[in-house]
Design a binder for this molecule. Structure first.
Ligand code: FO1
Length: 314
């Protein structure tokens, strides 16, 4: 018996590292990951799903350990060839990684759903966790900046997230529906974990899909979130700077406030223990622990704490 599912909402690198720990603490077959596709992009004619791939590669043990995205020891000959032809090559696509994008693009062109293709790739790479895209529909995160609105990867990679963020929009989200299995998994889950991901650009698109936030609200007591902000800084990515741009204090308790309506347990780092009272005042149960994941042991330790606090059995 594998037991009731444990659902995780995931962005990219931070989420993937936590999930690698979780998959060593719980039976991987029991874990259902709902992944962000708001930063998907069409580059060189290929459909790229960076967050789905980051989760897949990490769980498969293939991810580049330093960058957290892409495949370890990948080569970039195709990108070099594109550069010689005068193509834009600011988005680093490795040769092995390109194989994934070629496969996904072709399968989608044949009419297969993104959830099907995602499962095919995960299974082929030996991933035993179920990975679902948040939606089959096309949702694209757009970042408002003083230079105008930018496509997400242009903001994030090409411009290195240096622009002031004046707004975030999830194009297509209102018309999109949760992918098959997403709402069912949330309803049936024994527990739900919001991974340590950027609340705006990683969780924002997932929560913007009609029905998902409401389904989570109905499970509030069973939802735990891990703060992506530690001591006022994001471990990775622009979450803290984004919070400042939006006139929010970059603090764990502020992230908790963004999740107030659907999260019952909030995990914050030892460095932020003074914010536990503010979290409690939001009607959440604070859990203070080490949330910095430098290696496998720390990922597993954090996963074990979250599993215990959610009352799950390993
Ligand atoms: N992030 C970068 O900072 N630079 C890149 O060139 C880059 C390429 C890339 C290729 C495939 C892939 O799956 C992810 C890639 N990422 C890159 C990561 C990605 O842009 C972001 O981490 C996510 O979209 C945010 O979660």
């Amino acid at each position: 018996m594998k037991g009731r599912p444990v659902v995780a909402l995931a962005g990219g690198v931070g989420a993937a590292r936590f999930l690698a720990g979780l998959a060593r603490v719980l039976l991987p077959e029991r874990i259902v990951v709902i992944g962000n596709t708001g930063d998907d992009a069409e580059i060189h004619g290929l459909h790229i799903s960076p967050d789905l791939d980051t989760v897949t590669y990490t769980l498969a043990g293939l991810a580049d350990p330093q960058r957290g995205w892409g495949i370890q020891r990948d080569t970039f000959h195709a990108l070099d060839a594109l550069r010689r032809l005068g193509a834009e090559t600011w988005f680093q696509l490795g040769d092995c990684d390109l194989g994934t994008h070629l496969y996904r693009t072709e399968r989608l062109r044949q009419g297969a759903a993104l959830s099907r293709v995602t499962a095919e790739i995960a299974t082929a790479l030996g991933v035993r966790v179920t990975l679902l895209p948040m939606s089959e529909g096309r949702v694209r995160t757009r970042i408002g900046t003083p230079r105008g609105e930018l496509e997400f990867q242009t903001y994030f990679v090409k411009r290195r997230a240096r622009d002031k963020v004046t707004g975030i929009r999830f194009e297509g989200a209102e018309q999109a529906a949760p992918a098959a299995g997403v709402l069912e998994a949330i309803r049936e889950a024994q527990a739900i974990i919001v991974c340590p991901s950027n609340p705006f650009i990683s969780m924002g698109p997932i929560l913007a899909i009609p029905g998902i936030r409401v389904a989570l609200q109905q499970r509030r007591a069973a939802v735990a979130a891990i703060s992506p902000i530690i001591a006022g800084r994001a471990l990775k990515g622009p979450a803290a700077a984004m919070m400042r741009s939006m006139k929010l204090k970059p603090a764990a308790a502020e992230v908790a406030r963004l999740y107030e309506d659907f999260v019952g347990i909030f995990v914050l780092d030892n460095a932020d223990r003074k914010q536990a009272g503010a979290v409690q005042a939001l009607g959440m149960r604070p859990v203070v622990t080490n949330t910095i994941m430098r290696g496998v042991r720390e990922r597993q330790a954090l996963a074990r704490t979250v599993v215990r606090e959610l009352g799950l059995t390993a």
